[in-house]
Design a protein around this ligand. Structure first.
Ligand code: DQA
Length: 148
């Protein structure tokens, strides 16, 4: 069965408690449940992982490479804007990467307009709340569903 890895970066365990004007009130566990449901409906496996530690995120991406996951959906949180370590780790992968954000990063502060991981991604989905993740998962599936 094909597998998509969904990565949640720094501070994203606090969805539901942080800045509801930007991120709503949904908590990470509910986001992951919706992702699981969508993956089962479409017929593939989704694994979610969250960490606040950059090195742990990098090591998880290394393992994704070893384990041959079929695609990665990532909300890297603030690391999106400056982490060359996460960027370099993603650069090792040879599978589609989809970048997602709950809030509309381009309508926010200037430092959020730049993503160091965007050049590695097939595309970016930003501003649709939990739907950014669900659309990202659908986009990932569409890219891998017909490959061997
Ligand atoms: C975010 C946007 C980032 O700028 C921010 O640092 C986050 C969350 C989003 O999902 O909208 O932590 O990635």
């Amino acid at each position: 069965m094909k597998k998509v890895l969904v990565l949640h970066g720094v501070n994203l365990n606090m969805f539901g408690k942080r800045d509801p004007a930007q991120y709503g009130t949904i908590i990470l566990k509910e986001i992951d449940e919706k992702l699981q449901n969508l993956a089962s409906e479409l017929g593939f496996a989704a694994e979610s992982f969250q960490t606040n530690h950059e090195g742990e995120m990098v090591e998880k991406i290394h393992r994704a490479h070893e384990e041959n996951v079929d695609a990665v959906v990532i909300n890297a949180g603030a690391w999106t804007h400056y982490s060359y370590a996460v960027m370099d780790a993603l650069g090792i992968l040879r599978v589609p990467i989809i970048e997602v954000h709950m809030s509309h990063v381009h309508a926010r502060e200037k430092f959020r307009h730049h993503s160091v991981i965007a050049p590695l991604a097939k595309g970016q989905i930003t501003g649709f709340g939990v739907n950014s993740y669900l659309l990202g998962l659908r986009a990932a599936w569409d890219l891998i569903k017909d490959s061997d």
